[in-house]
Write a protein that binds this ligand. Structure first.
Ligand code: ZN
Length: 325
């Protein structure tokens, strides 16, 4: 029971009871609740704006982003491993395969070149993780390019390997006359005294002493380019073009067994030892040319000699004696 309040009415000069209207009381209560609500709501907005509280959806998105970051990190780790394996393959490619098949190594810059163009990664810009995503994309692009280049290189090597057999048959890799005992080599490649003037002079080939008429053999597959007496000094001589930049020359012959344009196989009888041209005694003067340069023929006998025989021949060839020219 609430306390009854009175007030003095000057008109009637009496005290009258104050009656609080029910509707007013309810209005007061409603106002209070509404105020509380508005106040609470504003407080909530304030808290949300200051990031002190996250909604469940935001929390789950944050977890997702964290998970993506972790996945990117793992991907980068895996890319690191792939890069290592690729680098190893590239090294073998350059230093073994390409070298073996005489192809030029592919320069590092060419293998690792990124992609030009400024717009390539534009779509990835403007996000919180843009830097990480662009770096990863670039890394992946370079790996992809490395793979393409490596794959092309292997294609090239496959092709070269197919030709290698032909190349190996073409290289002038045996001695041009039967020389089992290795007593027939008179003079090697290098500085020797000239048999006519006795002055020291470069001897550009190997001399094999042999009686006139001893068979001379093609040292590799090829085509006879010359068989004539029109080159000063060599007398009757034969030249074989082997392809791949190789040419072999057989000088001071007494007779030919082949004609220009004829194809020959390694070991075919092409002519006979003589002493035509600038020659002191019957012998075969033999030269090997690579890319228009004369080279030491001894470097080409690897196919037909044992290590010991080669050693022995090297000794003989290096003797400082007089060449037969
Ligand atoms: Zn000679």
């Amino acid at each position: 029971m609430s306390k009854v309040k009175y007030y003095y009415d000057p008109d009637t000069l009496s005290y009258r009871k104050i009656e609080a209207k029910k509707s007013r009381r309810y209005r007061n209560i409603s106002l209070f609740i509404l105020g509380a609500f508005i106040f609470g709501f504003l407080g909530l907005i304030f808290l949300l704006n200051t990031n002190l509280i996250n909604t469940p959806k935001e929390l789950s998105l944050q977890r997702e982003v964290k998970n993506y970051e972790l996945q990117f990190e793992l991907l980068n780790k895996k890319m690191g491993q792939i890069e290592q394996v690729l680098a190893n393959i590239e090294e073998r490619d350059n230093n073994i395969y390409r070298l073996y098949f005489e192809a030029n190594p592919i320069p590092e810059e060419q293998r690792r070149a990124g992609f030009g163009g400024v717009n390539r990664y534009n779509a990835l810009e403007g996000f919180n993780n843009s830097e990480m995503i662009i770096a990863t994309s670039k890394r992946l692009d370079i790996i992809q390019k490395q793979m393409v280049i490596q794959s092309k290189s292997l294609d090239e090597i496959t092709k070269l390997a197919g030709e290698k057999e032909k190349l190996l048959a073409s290289i002038p890799a045996i001695q041009p006359i039967t020389n089992k005992e290795l007593t027939r080599m008179a003079s090697g490649y290098g500085w020797r005294s000239d048999p006519f003037t006795k002055a020291r002079k470069m001897h550009w080939g190997m001399d094999f002493t042999a009686p006139k008429g001893t068979p001379v053999y093609a040292s590799g597959d090829g085509k006879i380019s010359r068989a004539d007496n029109n080159s000063s000094g060599y007398g009757k001589h034969i030249r074989i073009e082997h392809g791949y930049g190789y040419m072999s020359l057989y000088g001071h012959l007494s007779q030919y067994n082949v004609k220009p344009g004829q194809k020959v196989k390694r070991g075919d009888l092409i002519g006979f030892v003589g002493s035509t041209g600038r020659s002191q005694a019957p012998h075969l003067h033999y030269e090997v040319w690579k890319d228009d340069q004369r080279t030491n023929p001894i470097n080409f006998y690897y196919g037909s000699l044992t290590a010991e025989e080669f050693e022995n021949m090297l000794k003989l060839a290096n003797q400082e004696n007089q060449s037969l020219d």
